[in-house]
Ligand binder design. Structure first.
Ligand code: SAM
Ligand code: DTB
Ligand code: SF4
Length: 324
């Protein structure tokens, strides 16, 4: 029998009982105070100059039945996107080898599904086994999963599963109508209970309020266990999606979100995720100072652009960062 919630929460020595007000207080600190605190917590848990790097590949692109308002892959919106069926395993392995040669330690494969059909899962499991055999950690993001599907992923040796809460429970209905917040929490629970590492985060810049950003971080930090990896994406505004014209947030607000994520989840890798292409090197340096310690590396995210690897290598050199 599993322990009562309170005991499980105490067991890892981390807090899982953050109130919205406490989180908003952190958001409201003077910028220098917030960054100083976040950097202190970061140093207590991590090598401050090491950044984990993962490479992404879209293994099935577009024609997704969900209506996520930010997403170029939703079939509900008319975006310029080449729809692609599930890639052959050999093509995925070739991309993984290239990613490893460039220095990535984890390979993340994403599919534009609401949830995988059981018959689609077998080739994906083969990808996991083959990518692992190349000496890389594996991560998948395939949408919603049942317990039985999660068990199959675990048996194939999957290291991480990415599934985002995206925003606060309050703002969520403005962004997605085809699946509920609870559906997402259920998938995260299945992944956690199967013993697969959890990667869960969200998006900043969708027109949400600071209270919504706090609400997203509250939902993540108050999970029974913190996700091992917390991607914080800056919205990539894609023409044809309902959010194409939304006003970008103040860049310092994005940095604050990373810093508060670091304070709430001191042992998690906080990923400076989508949106780096539109950021200056100076802004990215502030993100690392705020406690971000992982990125996506490689010229493409799933369907949109990411900085050139040469540019990232130079940035790491200039900042004295070492890739993990
Ligand atoms: N279909 C699966 C799902 O939704 O879980 C997996 C792929 S989906 C593209 C993975 C995540 O990418 C989304 O949850 C969202 O947080 C992020 N994402 C998608 N489009 C984005 C955009 N335009 N800007 C920033 N992040 C985005
Ligand atoms: C996550 O939080 N961000 C990544 C990964 N998890 C799968 C995806 C970002 C996608 C950005 C839009 C695109 O390239 O299609
Ligand atoms: Fe589909 Fe995932 Fe895009 Fe939502 S975020 S439309 S589920 S691919």
């Amino acid at each position: 029998m599993s322990a009562p919630l309170a005991e499980r929460q105490a067991a890892d020595g981390l807090r899982h009982d953050w109130s919205r007000e406490e989180i908003l207080e952190l958001f409201g600190l003077p910028f220098n105070d917030l960054l100083f605190r976040a950097q202190q917590v970061h140093r207590a848990g991590f090598d401050p100059n090491a950044v984990q790097i993962s490479t992404l590949l879209s293994i099935k692109t577009g024609a997704c039945p969900e209506d996520c308002a930010y997403c170029p892959q939703s079939a509900h919106y008319k975006t310029e996107l080449d729809v692609e069926r599930l890639l052959p395993v050999e093509e995925v392995v070739a991309a993984a080898r290239e990613a490893r040669a460039r220095g990535a330690s984890r390979f993340c494969m994403g599919a534009a599904w609401r949830s995988p059909r059981d018959r689609d899962l077998e080739p994906v499991l083969e990808m996991v086994r083959a990518v692992k055999a190349e000496g890389l950690e594996t991560c998948l993001t395939l949408g919603m999963l049942s317990e039985a599907q999660v068990a199959r992923l675990k048996a194939a040796g999957l290291d991480y599963y990415n599934h985002n809460l995206d925003t606060s429970p309050d703002f969520y209905g403005e962004i997605i109508s085809t699946r509920t917040y609870q559906d997402r929490l259920d998938t995260l629970r299945h992944v956690r209970e199967a013993g697969i590492n959890v990667c869960a985060g969200g998006i900043v810049g969708m027109g949400e309020s600071r209270a919504d950003r706090a609400g997203l971080l509250q939902a993540l930090a108050n999970l029974p266990r913190h996700p091992e990896s917390v991607p914080v994406n800056l919205l990539v505004r894609v023409e044809g999606t309902p959010l194409a014209e939304v006003e970008p947030p103040d860049p310092f607000e994005f940095v604050r979100t990373l810093a508060v994520a670091r304070l709430l989840m001191p042992k998690s890798y906080v990923r400076l995720s989508a949106g780096r292409e539109s950021m200056s090197d100076e802004l990215q340096a502030l993100c690392f100072l705020a406690g971000a310690n992982s990125i996506f590396y490689g010229e493409k995210l799933l369907t949109t652009g990411n900085p050139d690897t040469d540019q990232d290598r130079r940035l790491f050199e200039r900042l004295g960062l070492k890739p993990l």
